[in-house]
Design a protein around this ligand. Structure first.
Ligand code: FES
Ligand code: FES
Length: 152
């Protein structure tokens, strides 16, 4: 089926099978591989993207559903060479190890700060509840999000 997605502010015309997931379209058709495949079942957060400014699992969303939303992937957060403040804070706080979960965590953090610019630690933990990290960088990720919310 032919669809027009809005991804990172650009219209992208695609022709995909009827139940193609947004995740597969992003990675395989649009080359946006910063969004990761983890579980494919909505349980790990590696595939999170912003859909109308909410963090959602792109493995559970069909491309057809996504065609009615504004989609932002981790590639769409930076402003040219300038990283998004959340991305920069993750770098500054060394809030990654293998990095597999990082784009999903960053997306969760960006969605959180959009609805709650000064979240407390409980809110940050809640926002990251869907993001599994095998390397266990949660403490540093929380500090990074706190830093992004209250830059020095
Ligand atoms: S790959 Fe989508 S939540 Fe795990
Ligand atoms: S940094 Fe390795 S899974 Fe999170």
């Amino acid at each position: 089926m032919k669809l027009a997605l809005t991804v990172n502010g650009e219209r992208r015309d695609i022709d995909v099978p009827p139940n193609a997931s947004l995740l597969s379209v992003l990675r395989d058709d649009l080359g946006l591989t910063g969004t990761r495949y983890g579980c494919g079942r909505g349980q790990c957060g590696a595939c999170y993207v912003l859909a109308d400014n909410r963090a959602v699992a792109s493995c559970l969303l069909t491309a057809d559903q996504a065609a009615r939303m504004e989609i932002t992937t981790v590639e769409g957060l930076a402003n040219g060479a300038d990283l998004h403040p959340v991305q920069q804070a993750f770098v500054d706080e060394d809030a990654l190890q293998c990095g597999y979960c990082t784009s999903g965590m960053v997306i969760s953090a960006v969605a959180l700060l959009a609805r709650d610019p000064k979240p407390d630690e409980t809110s940050i933990r809640d926002a990251l509840a869907g993001n599994l990290c095998r390397c266990g960088v949660y403490g540093r990720a929380i500090r990074a999000i706190q830093k992004a919310a209250s830059p020095a």
